[in-house]
Design a protein around this ligand. Structure first.
Ligand SMILES: *Cc1c(COP(=O)(O)O)cnc(C)c1O
Length: 394
């Protein structure tokens, strides 16, 4: 079980996940339940153990991006409601029904197809109807006029599918300039209006949900049945704006020093010789590279923490290894633990800090962490499980 210590691993702190759930619930308000988004392998944290912990923490609805992700959870024995946020081929209707997985309906054509497949298989699929209020991705377009309402009303009467909820998605709640705030308010207004009209048309009762992580900040004014919390569950803010409630990072990424060497001035480091020492230096080699999901764009830019101090990456990042300048850090030795993302002493490196250096977002970096990196789970200070995607559960 300790083999992972020899290379690169991710520590997943389930106590911090519990803390985040509590905080998000409080922020979302008494009448709004949390739908926990565990797509993309729980944003890289490992979907099964994270989902189990969420269910224990009182979450009764999970959201994923695809049927395969929903099956992963069902195979792990997770029995709560699961919503697929994206497309599923309509001919999977019987599988959806059998496993009690809820499917998003995002167009009239798709509703017709899914209903036809469900009737053919003599089953009933629970669905949530997606409204496009300005995201411009999937959903019934509500920015226009009544045609969308008539279409949605008709979907409520289709055989083989049962509409349980109507939902929408915010595109710009993570940015706080006046325009974005205005746009978010506009989306909320459109959603509320559409919901009101649907209710006035006497369709069967349905639930509502709209907010993502960033939208939860708007919760004081909102009162939907669910809020879909993704990135904040994992303790990562949705943008570089300071979070409006307390969250703690769930994952830290660790590696080790595999070799230390002293080199003279004029030594070139790594492929392409993009770094040449200008003075004698101490260089540490670390067994993590872009195949572990550590972006090559961070070559000659990023930092890692060694003995509580920042060590800059020098030279190009390789597939499996990279080099750090540790000249200014005393006593660096083979087997020293290196913090790639997380805290060491007073220093901290976040996914957002690294993302910002290379023009992307924290979401992308955490999702990119490779399957070669074992996930090591901690609860109550104890290591409770290791998931190694290559060797299986250890
Ligand atoms: C991914 C996703 C979410 C979660 O978004 P976060 O910003 O991570 O909270 C919510 N709703 C939908 C439809 C999504 O695709």
């Amino acid at each position: 079980m300790n083999d992972y210590l020899k290379r690169t691993w991710a520590e997943v702190n389930l106590d911090n996940l519990d803390h985040n759930i509590t905080q998000i619930k409080e922020k979302a308000g008494l009448n709004t339940k949390i739908m926990a988004v565990v797509k993309a392998d729980g944003y890289g944290h490992g979907d099964r153990i994270v989902a189990s912990e969420l269910v224990v923490g009182g979450i009764d609805f999970l959201a994923v991006s695809s049927l395969a992700e929903a099956l992963s959870l069902r195979n792990a024995g997770i029995s709560c409601d699961i919503l697929i946020l994206g497309f599923t081929p309509a001919d999977k209707a019987s599988e959806l029904a059998e496993l009690k997985i809820t499917q998003t309906i995002f167009s009239q054509e798709y509703a017709v197809e899914l209903s036809r497949c469900a009737r053919a298989a003599e089953c009933e699929v629970d669905v949530h109807i997606k409204l496009d209020t300005g995201m411009g991705r999937i959903g019934f377009n509500c920015t226009g006029k009544d045609k969308c309402i008539d279409q949605i009303v008709s979907v409520f009467s289709f055989d083989g599918i049962n509409v349980r909820a109507v939902f929408s998605h915010l595109s710009s709640a993570d940015t706080l300039d006046t325009d974005s705030i205005e746009f978010t308010k506009q989306q909320i207004k459109l959603f509320d209006k559409t919901v009101e009209i649907l209710r006035s048309r006497k369709v069967s009762p349905f639930l509502t949900h709209m907010q993502n992580s960033a939208g939860i900040a708007f919760s004081n004014e909102l009162n939907y049945d669910y809020a879909r919390a993704g990135i904040v569950l994992y303790g990562i803010p949705p943008s570089t704006e300071p979070p409006t409630f307390s969250i703690k990072p769930v994952m830290s990424l660790k590696s080790v020093v595999s070799m230390v060497k002293e080199v003279p001035a004029g030594t070139s480091v790594s492929y392409g010789r993009t770094f040449v020492t200008s003075k004698p230096m101490v260089i540490a080699t670390i067994p993590i590279g872009y195949a572990d999901g550590y972006p090559r764009l961070l070559s000659n830019k990023g930092y890692m923490l060694v003995r509580g101090q920042r060590a800059p990456i020098i030279g190009n990042i390789c597939m499996d290894q990279l080099m750090l300048d540790v000249s200014h850090i005393d006593g660096v030795r083979q087997d020293d633990i290196v913090t790639v993302v997380g805290n060491d002493g007073d220093e901290c490196i976040s996914f957002w800090e690294l993302a910002t250096m290379i023009g992307t977002i924290g979401y992308e970096l955490v999702c990119l962490i490779g399957k070669r990196v074992p996930r090591v789970y901690y609860k109550g200070g104890e290591r409770i499980a290791v998931v190694d995607y290559i060797q299986g559960m250890l």
